[in-house]
Design a protein around this ligand. Structure first.
Ligand SMILES: [Zn+2]
Length: 310
């Protein structure tokens, strides 16, 4: 099993392991015995289990009466290191730490279900915008490809993307299946295409209103987005977006998929830290969590838009 979220330790490999590690600590406040679930790529998780076991082996003997438990804790962790868990067990632990495994699990095509829905939705929405007037304008097509890249990263190959956008869209796409943030990103993308020539015709506006309804938003949301996308707003928006990106931990022009992965990873890091934190640190972590969630909202409310794009 592999998830479309990268490992919180190395930030490079996808998450593929969830192991329970036991630990004993002496001479500190709080419970000297702790079990926690470690989530990450296989090498990192096993390294963490080894480090925790070594720590117990060094200091666990001096806790009273916990010294008695030390051999049991070490034995448990050694078994954890030696045995490969069945996928069902890994899945159960991933769910326990709050990861939506069903949506994040990467399938044979290298995409998670959430990414596939977003990618299909993006192709549908962008192809609809490109084919709206019955002619495929190369400028619109090029712009749609650029936006698709921003939304789905390299999840779909460039050749595949060009081929799919050049065809009229499949009319059966269920846009409601895309998650709420993804739908917002798609509506924004359609608005960006409509704005490409600097103004929005009445026909385009009507089409965007219809699309907004398909995406489960009020037509007014499309109007607000168009207002936001006006070139005069671009500077403030870019600044807000750059600030949000810094909090989430990605570059200002990162794709939606990259941003989501970084966001999930940051949530995971905070979640993991809370388990072992003292009261003062808990407070800091709560502040950090609020900042992260606000940044995630800002990221979606402040769409990337290059006013000079051709
Ligand atoms: Zn790793």
């Amino acid at each position: 099993m592999q998830l479309a979220v990268s490992c919180p330790y190395c930030e490079a490999q996808p998450i593929s392991e969830a192991r329970e590690v036991w630990a004993l600590r002496s001479g500190r406040g709080g419970s000297p015995f702790g079990a926690r679930i470690l989530v990450g790529c296989r090498p990192c998780v096993l390294a963490q289990v080894r480090a925790s076991t070594a720590c117990t082996a060094r200091s666990g003997w001096w806790t009273v009466p916990w010294g008695l438990l030390t051999p049991i804790v070490i034995a448990h962790n050694l078994v954890t290191l030696a045995v490969k868990d069945p996928p069902a067990k890994v899945r159960e632990r991933l769910l326990q730490v709050g990861l939506a495994v069903d949506d994040l699990e990467v399938g044979d095509d290298g995409l998670s279900r959430a990414q596939r829905r977003l990618a299909d939705g993006a192709v549908f929405v962008l192809a609809s915008s490109v084919h709206a007037d019955g002619v495929v304008d190369p400028r619109e097509l090029a712009y749609a490809i650029r936006i698709a890249r921003e939304v789905v990263g390299d999840a779909i190959s460039l050749a595949d993307l060009e081929a799919r956008l050049a065809e009229p869209p499949d009319t059966t796409n269920d846009l409601q299946a895309v998650d709420p943030e993804g739908r917002y990103v798609l509506l924004r993308a359609a608005c960006e295409i409509a704005m490409i020539d600097g103004e929005v015709s009445d026909d385009e506006r009507v089409a965007l209103h219809v699309l907004a309804r398909h995406l489960g938003s009020a037509p007014m949301v499309a109007d607000l987005l168009l207002e936001q996308l006006a070139p005069s707003q671009a500077v403030t928006r870019e600044k807000r977006r750059a600030e949000a990106a810094a909090v989430i931990g990605v570059a200002p022009h990162a794709s939606e998929a990259q941003a989501r992965s970084a966001y999930e990873r940051a949530l995971l890091r905070i979640h993991g830290a809370v388990e072992t934190a003292d009261d003062a640190t808990q407070e800091t972590l709560a502040t950090e969590l609020t900042a992260l969630q606000q940044a995630w909202k800002v990221w979606h409310d402040a769409p990337a838009f290059d006013a000079d794009a051709t």
